[in-house]
Design a protein around this ligand. Structure first.
Ligand code: MN
Length: 288
């Protein structure tokens, strides 16, 4: 190893290939926020999450795993991301390639619409979405496809064998009516007021799942804990409650995940730190 290899880093990438082996987890960023309708700037989030990640402890006491022993490769950020259909196509193709190589994609948004690309790369897995909003609008501000409608599109196109939606508290009456059906498990905020009830419902539903893809819109967490998001919504999960849900995934086959909607310009560091913690724990869970 040269002195440059030893002393220099290609910050903010989080690549860690200590065992000279192949990566198990492939990270990439999607600096896209063109469909944001309130606060914009999530295009800057991938690097902010990386920077926070570089500055947290990476041994998970709860999971008994050390990230230094997990091979991670950071592919960098998508380039030329301007238009949603093009972005979705790139995300789907890159995700598909990562899966074909036998690795697990860890995607850093960007706004939530990227999930419309990533989920399509999987053949019918259970999708777990953490979000204050349902994102089940048929159309929003003239767009059929945006961060507020993408889940409706994925559902209509039959891209999910199962949907578990956690933490919702903000949606139109039409959306609430729409999601009231058998193949959608809704663990909305009111059910989480008694945390153990919510956790039990989550575990019970997961137990019949095979592959699981997880999408975390950081606005599921209360603005008191995660203020820097595109559409803050009061009455959310605490950081601790959020992690309790994440740890429920421990013995399941986590095949990919994304973390979206962080806006660094509104952050005092707390939201990025939480995003980095979620990234770390999810990588530990995915490495099994
Ligand atoms: Mn949301």
């Amino acid at each position: 190893m040269s002195k440059a290899d030893f002393y220099m880093s290609n910050d903010p990438l989080i690549t860690n290939l200590n065992n000279a082996g192949d990566s198990k987890i492939d990270v990439f960023g999607v600096p896209f926020d063109a469909t944001s309708t309130y606060r914009i700037g999530s295009r800057f989030a991938p690097n902010a999450i990386r920077e926070a990640f570089q500055n947290i402890e990476i041994y998970s006491k709860r999971l008994g795993k050390d990230l230094e022993e997990i091979n991670i490769r950071d592919l960098g950020n998508l380039t030329k991301v301007g238009e949603i259909n093009e972005m979705n196509k790139m995300v789907e193709e890159v995700t598909r390639e990562i899966i074909a190589n036998g690795k697990i994609p860890a995607i850093l948004g960007g706004d939530h619409s990227l999930t419309n690309g990533s989920v399509r790369a999987f053949d019918n897995c259970t999708v777990v979405v953490f979000d204050a909003h349902l994102d089940f609008r048929n159309e929003f501000e003239g767009l059929k496809l945006s961060h507020a409608t993408f889940l409706r599109r994925l559902y209509e196109d039959g891209c999910m064998s199962n949907l578990i939606h956690i933490g919702s508290r903000a949606a139109t009456k039409d959306e609430w009516d729409f999601v009231d059906r058998d193949d959608i498990t809704l663990i909305d905020m009111e059910r989480i007021y008694d945390l153990n009830t919510g956790l039990k419902q989550f575990k019970d539903t997961l137990s019949s799942s095979n592959d699981v893809y997880v999408s975390i819109d950081l606005d599921v967490i209360d603005p008191a804990f995660a203020p820097a998001v595109g559409n803050p919504e009061a009455n959310g999960l605490s950081s601790r409650e959020m992690l309790q849900f994440i740890y429920c995934l421990e013995n399941f086959n986590l095949t990919g995940f994304d973390i979206v909607e962080l806006i660094p310009a509104y952050d005092n560091g707390s939201t990025a730190a939480l995003a980095a913690r979620l990234l770390a724990e999810l990588i530990c869970i995915a490495d099994r």
